[in-house]
Write a protein that binds this ligand. Sequence first.
Ligand code: ADP
Ligand code: NI
Length: 220
Amino acid sequence: MDQQRHLQLKAIEAYAGAKLGADKTGHDTAHIRRVVCMAERIAHEENVDAFLPTAIAYLHDVVDDKLVDDVSEAREELRDFLENLGLEAGQTDEILHAISNMSFAATLDAERPRLTRAGQIAQDADWLDAIGAIGIARAFYYGGCQRECIYDPAVPPRKHLDRAAYRNLADETIINHFHEKLLKIRGMLNTEAARRIAEERQRFMLEFLDEFTAEWTGDR
Ligand code: ADP
Ligand code: NI
């Protein structure tokens, strides 16, 4: 990667750190770092230039409606920042489009948004961080912050989730979140590279749920 692009990514990293550094809902700097590493890895395996996937990965949570009060203001501020960095207009648009449309919640709207290849890679990287051992840890951390209960056998997982239902946590349990989202991610990934990585993570989550249920019911 040439010097200018390297400096642009450094500035983008600092911008994301300043916006999300203090977040305590699981979108912290460590999450961003893992997603960036994963985006670079997938881009490499898929033979795609890593610049845009990496930039999107750094920025993917800075306009999240859970984290900022005014999404369109956050988007405009980011646009100004990227244009001042010297990114081409097309690159700025692609980054903004990706980060506004790549969340799991966005797939619950009538039609799943189409992403560019760079957006797809960043989405896969973000979603891989929601599954496996780290995904389990993040679900319990987030669910705890939201005061969800761990499990309630009387509350079945919701079959048809729309965006409003996904964000309505009134009857949500952390175990149901696995059935409503986490176990579905493997089948929704965009790239072969991500699908390969998801295999072991899926197996691990299923084993965890198995063990959890066995202990809950007294079978183990
Ligand atoms: P997205 O923005 O892609 O829709 P989120 O930002 O909602 O994803 O999710 C961030 C993290 O919190 C993920 O690891 C996700 O699985 C977890 N999470 C989201 N909603 C819940 C929930 N209701 N209960 C437990 N964990 C959740
Ligand atoms: Ni994320």
